[in-house]
Design a protein around this ligand. Structure first.
Ligand code: ACO
Length: 323
């Protein structure tokens, strides 16, 4: 059986760092409020003129280097983003061109904060069906461009960044000991749109719009939705939290991460946390956290890794993989 194994990863965050204290004077808030409610201390913000494709390209090049391959070895690029450079063409196609790749295909995946989980699941289907041998999956965002900087309940939560992985088809035996993606579970339910959405778009206002969120409502649904898809991943594989080596959740809010880990009985020391330094980078948050834990030696070959995300729409999903 063909499995999709991650053979390289890379990430990039813009140089400019905005600390919580930098919001004082912009909106009525404090470092103490932000840290206590979210766990966020600072986030990276793209420079003027620095775009999602710029961040994504840098992460992509790092992932290709880490995998020891070139674009000639790729069949497909999928970029998860809700902050594309242009309404079209897809940011993935722009990155494909910048990388000098003129074969194969590239497209964007739009599932907001769950975007990377949706994109990696899509890559897994291409690989398992033999449609692609190697896929570059990128999560890249400039969420700072969607924020209403006068709304203190949202502008303190988000940041900019990009992460990327190279996924390759490898032979497996069909058991949970195989290297690669073991199972993927995606969900969405548009009934929740008003709780987290952007109030603009080409077909409605003709403007980009701003992010609007009912934070308490998002919080109320998040833990239940996250645990449902993770339990589905456990049921599909016969694995459980006890078997996990690392939990790499979407980095939206420390309290959501802690509550989900507690409900699932995942020990604190198995949870990878970057939200304190990155804020919520939407589709970039999981590959940023994953790459950090791989680079610093925490995630090693053979480890069982659980990825999970939930975001606007609502969309949510989980992936269980063996590194
Ligand atoms: N600084 C100071 N006070 C603030 C701030 C701020 N930055 N933002 C809101 N407040 C105030 C509110 O105005 C309100 O004041 P009031 O009582 O005078 O009206 C008070 O704090 C409480 O507001 P709540 O919204 O009820 O605060 P809550 O405890 O729910 O925390 C938060 C808000 C952090 C947004 C929380 O609801 C949350 O984490 N929700 C999850 C949202 C999330 O993570 N979204 C990310 C995208 S979705 C995803 O990726 C999963």
């Amino acid at each position: 059986m063909i499995r999709s194994a991650i053979i390289g990863c890379g990430s990039y965050t813009p140089e400019k760092v905005m600390k919580n204290s930098d919001f004082e004077g912009v909106v009525e808030t404090s470092d103490e409020w932000i840290v206590q409610r979210t766990g966020i201390r600072e986030r990276h913000i793209a420079a003027d003129g620095e775009t999602t494709a710029d961040l994504g390209e840098k992460a992509a090049r790092a992932a290709l280097d880490d995998a020891g391959i070139t674009v000639d070895d790729l069949d497909l690029i999928i970029c998860a983003t809700s902050t594309p450079n242009n309404t079209f063409p897809a940011t993935a196609v722009e990155i494909q061109n910048r990388l000098g790749m003129h074969h194969g295909a590239a497209f964007d995946s739009q599932a907001v904060c769950s975007g990377f989980v949706f994109a990696l699941t899509t890559a897994d289907q291409y690989i398992k069906t033999g449609q692609a041998k190697r896929v570059l999956v990128i999560g890249a965002e400039t969420f700072s461009r969607l924020l209403d900087w006068s709304d203190r309940s949202t502008c303190v939560l988000f940041g900019d960044g990009a992460g990327a992985v190279v996924v390759e088809g490898v032979e497996g035996e069909g058991s949970s000991a195989d290297r690669g993606i073991l199972t993927c579970h995606l969900r969405s339910d548009g009934a929740h749109k008003e709780k987290l959405y952007v109030d603009g778009g080409p077909s409605t206002t003709g403007t980009v719009g701003h992010l609007r969120m009912q934070g308490r409502e998002v919080f109320r649904h998040a833990v239940g939705m996250i645990t449902d898809v993770i339990e589905a991943a456990y049921a599909a594989t016969g694995l459980s939290s006890a078997d996990l080596d690392w939990f790499v959740p979407h980095q939206a809010n420390r309290r959501i991460i802690d509550a989900s880990a507690r409900k699932l009985d995942i020990a604190d020391e198995k949870v990878v946390i970057t939200v304190d330094r990155h804020g919520n980078t939407s589709a970039a948050s999981i590959p940023l956290a994953l790459c950090e834990a791989v680079r610093d030696g925490r995630i090693k070959r053979g480890d069982l890794v659980l990825l999970e995300a939930m975001g606007g729409g609502f969309t949510w999903g989980a992936i269980l993989l063996r590194w």
